[in-house]
Design a protein around this ligand. Structure first.
Ligand SMILES: Cc1ncc(COP(=O)(O)O)c(C=O)c1O
Length: 396
């Protein structure tokens, strides 16, 4: 069949490649601990499932409101006002089919063909593909690692951002807590970013998929809550990680009313024709009763981060900065690679039963890094680090 050249030119996901490779090792009887994928291992709280079942039986089975059900948008507006300090009403919210869809809807609604999006790196691997699908062009700027290691003064960050913005740049994409590094952008850096965005007349696309997973008491800051920023920020939230409901596909965009209106009346209409109504009922219940579950899972991720970073710290040749949020550990493995291609190392690790994602998927400059997901049982995380320690030796 004749297929779209544009679609065929998009590279398949590196994660899929690691998964395919791991099947060979598993077929040979090696037990592989899968740390390449970013999916909560927790079950969705049962009360959300009950609400969804009841909604279906009660007849929430017709076309949903395109912008999102009024009751859900009202609850979401209350949530973003109270928790994110964003001055939004229901008219500033559109319900989408998870974070991936939300970002695609946002980019399509914001970009003209050829417009640039400045992406801070390392970035979540799909964002570059989404920009391409939306006929945009990516520009990148390294930021999260020096930010996380506390060696990036806000003034330098602002100066670098200013230099990185080109004449066709329309949007800055920021993701805090960050996948894959676990960096959390401090308030002063958001203020610096806000100044640059205002001076250069840019929209900020803030991906807050991990807003509920922060460690060491760090606060989550939503850039749309800073003075003057609501009008130039689109924030994308998802229920996927916070409530361990990746399979239900629910998220929402928060932004100025003209953006929201165009997003739902064009993109949501013509891509999904609305978001499943029973899931929206479940989301209302999640917002009402889910806080204790969010906190239970957050604590578990923090405990796993501590255990895994400590265990990894004993492995010779791996340097892993301590994440401040999300559920990943991004590690420098250049000492183990010694110039070899990353997939040689991925294969070597599969041999001892550890699957990780290659760093180049998160930005070209991370070719000698790997990402581990800590959304796995603590014992598995420690066992994986110990397998690597046995293979490469202990730090002396
Ligand atoms: C940074 C980031 N944004 C958005 C998403 C997409 O979330 P969803 O699963 O709701 O599509 C992910 C998922 O891994 C992510 O890591």
């Amino acid at each position: 069949m004749r297929l779209s050249d544009k679609m065929a030119a998009i590279e398949a996901s590196d994660l899929a490649k690691v998964r395919r490779m791991s099947l060979d090792y598993e077929a040979r009887g090696i037990r592989v601990i899968h740390l390449e994928r970013g999916e909560p291992d927790f079950a969705m709280p049962a009360f959300i499932a009950d609400a969804i079942h009841a909604a279906m039986r009660e007849g929430h089975t017709h076309y949903p409101a395109l912008q999102g059900e009024a009751v859900l948008r009202k609850a979401l507006a209350e949530k973003v006002r109270a928790k994110n300090r964003i001055e939004a009403g229901p008219e500033h919210i559109a319900v989408v089919l998870g974070g991936m869809h939300g970002l695609y809807v946002a980019l399509r609604t914001l970009l003209n063909p050829g417009d640039e999006v400045l992406i801070l790196t390392p970035y979540w691997l799909s964002i570059s593909k989404l920009v391409g699908l939306a006929d945009g062009v990516c520009r990148t700027m390294p930021a999260y690692l020096p930010l996380m290691e506390g060696r990036y003064p806000p003034a330098d960050f602002a100066a670098d951002l200013d230099r990185a913005v080109g004449p066709r740049t329309r949007v800055i994409y920021v993701n805090s807590p960050n996948n894959p590094s676990g960096a959390v952008v401090p308030r002063e850096h958001f203020e610096a970013l806000a100044r640059v965005a205002t001076e250069r007349d840019l929209v900020v696309l803030s991906d807050e998929a991990y807003e509920d997973i922060l460690f060491d008491g760090l606060p989550h800051v939503s850039i749309a809550s800073l003075p003057g920023m609501f009008e130039r920020t689109v924030t994308c939230y998802a229920f996927s990680k916070s409530y361990a409901m990746t399979g239900l596909r629910l998220g929402y965009l928060v932004g100025p009313a003209d953006f929201i209106q165009l997003a739902w009346s064009r993109m949501i209409l013509y891509t999904t024709n609305g978001i499943p109504a029973p899931i929206q009922v479940g989301a209302v219940e999640a917002l009402r009763r889910g806080d204790a579950d969010i906190e239970r899972m957050r604590r578990a991720y923090e405990e796993r981060r501590d255990a895994f970073v400590a265990a990894l710290g004993r492995v010779r040749g791996i340097r892993a900065p301590k994440p401040q949020g999300a559920f990943y550990v991004f590690a420098d493995v250049s000492d183990l690679l010694q110039g070899r291609p990353i997939y040689d190392l991925i294969a070597e690790w599969l041999e001892v039963g550890v699957a990780a994602a290659p760093g180049a998927a998160f930005g070209a400059e991370y070719a000698s890094w790997v990402r581990f997901s800590t959304a796995s049982a603590l014992e598995d995380l420690v066992a994986a680090a110990q397998a690597l320690e046995r293979r490469y030796g202990t730090v002396s």
